[in-house]
Design a binder for this molecule. Sequence first.
Ligand SMILES: Cc1cc2nc3c(=O)[nH]c(=O)nc-3n(C[C@H](O)[C@H](O)[C@H](O)COP(=O)(O)O)c2cc1C
Length: 453
Amino acid sequence: MRQVTLVAFLQAQNCTNLASSWRHPDSRTDTWSPDYYRHIGRVLEHGKFHLGFFDDRLSMPDMYGRNHAHTVQHGIRCVKMDAVTVLTVMGMATERLGLGATYSTSYYEPFHVARLFATLDLMTEGRAAWNVVTSLNDGEAQNMGHDEVVEHDLRYDRADEFMEVVFGHWDTWEDDAIVQDQATGLFAHPEKVHRLDHEGRFFRSRGPFTVPRSAQGHPVIIQAGQSGRGIRFGALWGDLIFVVYPNMAVAQREYAAFKEVVAGYGRDPQQVIITQLINAVPAATRTEAEDKWAVIAKLPLEVDALSLLSEALNFDFATKGMDEPFTDEEMASMSGLQTLRDRVVRASGIKNPTARDFIHFSGRGRVHDPIVGGPKEVADRLEQWFVERACDGFVVSATHVPGAYEDFVRFVVPELQRRGLFRTDYAGKTLRENLGLPVPQVGAWRRTRAMAR
Ligand SMILES: Cc1cc2nc3c(=O)[nH]c(=O)nc-3n(C[C@H](O)[C@H](O)[C@H](O)COP(=O)(O)O)c2cc1C
């Protein structure tokens, strides 16, 4: 039976996805201690979450005013640790929880990323996932030895080839290659361990790769592209897709369209799981949830939104007055998250929005469209989206940590389980088993890749 997939949207930083969360009185303040991540891992595993996934960005948000002073002063995501290292800590405190980390295709060598995640997959006994992103702002470029970010679609062309190299390396060791016969002295069959010899437009990598396949074949691939180019990339490579659909009607349409793209590449649409980003504030009763929400709603500052908009759009919002419309040229030069820019234009109906419009319609820096309520109200909303095929599950972001996940596990998970929408235990050991995904066959991706050309 089809059941809800639950993913926790985690950050290895000083706050949650809500930049002001660190000011919440119930937030833990030791966000760079291992115990903080062990605690979150145990809460999520207790709630049978499929996975905890860490986002990433390779710079502080310092595009606003071209300065990091405000970022540090207000704690706007100014601490950002390496997600894979943090994941390892979380993996040591858990046994079944899937463990996902974001890693950019823009600044690393594919061999390095392939080896990092293959090793993580072995060390977590088949629980690893990689969220594949293309880096989007100049701050990241400048931290990584470049002047500015590469143009949007070219980033994805490069990412496609990056994936060919990574998947190619992950195919190096056939499943029955290793013998380890101490009597005969044969470690592995030489004809079952292959060199890649990749020479492409962006990358060269020879191999053979030095890490054998894991219990789940290779890490689960997560993707969250929202543009046409991003959707095609996700449909080609992704097992698990993150989306931010604005409402049910759009969601049902886009969900069906996405699955069609997947089928068009010769992949089984049921084996690509689409999860919608949600913000929930659950409690024992609606009144209690509203009281909790009142505390959260007071946290954000205007500068949080301006800073995060500048960061995501790769455009300095300090160059304009709050009520001064952006010109056509300025709109066109926003080279970061263009889907965010386009969403503001669509939602507002304004072709040349002001900074104030961007704050209002993007929801950046605040909790966007929260589901505030008791177990019934929150579960009703999730059930409707899931049953009416607007998504296959949810990426749950947190208003404060660990409280928001503790509340979700205490109030929402049991209600979903009671309705038969969510499992009561893990199905297996590996993340693929728990997501209901088969182990990928060596080389199977090549056929899909050829169909997408
Ligand atoms: C839930 C979610 C998490 C994301 N996490 C990251 C991240 O950690 N790092 C990043 O650079 N982009 C992240 N993104 C952005 C996407 O990778 C993607 O760039 C964005 O949705 C815009 O789509 P496009 O690249 O097709 O224009 C995330 C998006 C979503 C919806």
